[in-house]
Ligand binder design. Structure first.
Ligand code: GLU
Length: 423
């Protein structure tokens, strides 16, 4: 079945997700009924979200919360605010969360939520009212032991605080475990903000060891300078890499001698984009950045960035997918043929949900870990998962994306078999 088109004629993320599932299912020899169970979301909630705007008018936004599969535990996944959100995209991303949680072996099922909105066009008050009403609409399926939202594209700790407050107000007492990625002052975990980036860097370090790449002075390009991209750039620079190019939706910066990633992050915090950075750098477009001859490319923006059109021109040695779904299936094949090693999204950016899990555990136990504990435990899990995926890829002679899917789909299918089909 071909689903609702991806944006601008790009492949639909859900078609890609189902094809990846089918490839794993073929190799694992899963029967038709198991494939059918895994290829469908368990439930989709569509909501309409009326919001009183500052000028007194009422706008109505579409929103979704999808549970893909809950067999391994409560539903877990972020909420994104973006004008290009579609239901298929959210379904695909929820499936990705099922596999991601299974790859790093944390006890969650996959979920995702989204609102079709350009948050940059809202005032802070409108953003808060939108968040509170969306939370109210999805409150029938979220809960601290059934579905725990988190930040994703264009959502952050403040938005998580509003979700937590709204949910708690309805219940009449404080329920911090309803979300992860919330501010530390109200039960957020230390080390959560840069967890996806830090985890991504751990997978790069392990891969570099496996293939004998020296990270000292390694050239890096980062697409997307939001939470994942900016922190990955900073951590890689701290590690001794040379970050030669970064970009966001407004434009990009290039310096062959290396950029000052922290100063650029500061500029983004103050002025909203990398393009306002005044330090030594030449402008670069996002497509030029993707095609630079770097050692490491970190796509950390949106899906469908590396396509069959630009894949033949990509010259990175390693691609570490900070974003979810940045590479289309056709592009993936081209990159593999060209010997480019991809650390797939469901492994590369799983540090985020791993620390979300720690945040949830700390909340339930009503205690808090030090940053050192969080980082150490996340690193342990990311390094273990990386090597499970890497060895599986070697053993089965497949790329790491296929190997990660084999591990994840196998774990989920095994749990379904053990639990049985109800009734
Ligand atoms: N949105 C993040 C992701 O795609 C984090 C999800 C979470 O922490 O629940 O992995």
């Amino acid at each position: 079945m071909v689903h609702q088109n991806g944006q601008g004629g790009l492949p639909n993320l859900l078609d890609i997700a189902i094809q990846q599932l089918n490839e794993a299912a073929d190799r694992l020899g899963l029967d038709q009924s198991m494939r059918r169970i895994l290829s469908k979301p368990q439930r989709i909630l569509t909501v309409s979200v009326p919001v009183r705007m500052d000028d007194g008018s009422v706008e109505v936004f579409d929103g979704y919360r999808v549970h893909h599969n809950l067999v391994r535990g409560p539903a877990k996944g972020g909420i994104r605010y973006h004008p290009a959100v579609t239901m298929d995209e959210i379904v695909a991303l929820s499936m990705g969360m099922t596999w991601k949680c299974a790859v790093v072996n944390i006890p969650y099922g996959g979920a995702k939520g989204g609102v079709v909105v350009d948050p940059t066009k809202l005032s802070i008050g409108e953003l808060e009212r939108l968040t509170r009403r969306f939370t109210t609409e999805i409150s029938i399926i979220i809960g601290p032991d059934k579905d725990i939202p988190a930040p994703d594209v264009n959502t952050n700790a403040q938005i998580m605080a509003w979700i937590m407050d709204t949910y708690s107000m309805h219940r009449g007492y404080s329920i911090p475990e309803i979300v992860t990625g919330k501010p530390i002052e109200m039960g957020g975990s230390r080390g959560r903000v840069d967890a996806a980036s830090r985890g991504c860097v751990y997978t790069i370090i392990e891969l570099a060891k496996c293939i004998g790449m020296n990270l000292e002075g390694a050239a890096v390009a980062v697409q997307g300078y939001g939470n994942v991209g900016s922190n990955a750039a900073v951590i890689l620079e701290d590690l001794g890499c040379k970050v030669i190019a970064v970009c966001d939706v407004y434009g990009g910066l290039y310096n062959e001698h290396g950029l000052d990633t922290k100063a650029i992050k500061q500029t983004v915090a103050e002025k909203g984009s990398v393009i306002h950075y005044k330090g030594p750098a030449a402008p670069i477009t996002s497509s030029e950045l993707l095609e630079l001859p770097v050692d490491i490319l970190v796509p950390a923006a949106l899906e469908n960035q590396i396509t069959k059109e630009n894949a033949p021109r990509i010259r990175a040695k390693i691609i570490a997918e900070g974003a979810n779904g940045p590479t289309t299936l056709e592009a993936d094949r081209i990159l593999n043929e060209n010997g480019i090693i991809i650390i797939p999204d469901i492994l590369a950016n799983a540090g985020g949900v791993t620390v979300s899990y720690f945040e949830w555990v700390q909340g339930i136990q009503e205690l808090s870990w030090t940053e050192e504990q969080v980082v150490k435990e996340m690193k342990r899990r990311m390094v273990t998962s990386f090597h499970e995926v890497y060895s599986r890829a070697q053993a089965e002679k497949v790329d790491m994306r296929s190997a990660a899917h084999l591990i994840a789909v196998e774990r989920v299918a095994q749990t379904i078999k053990l639990r049985g089909i109800y009734p």
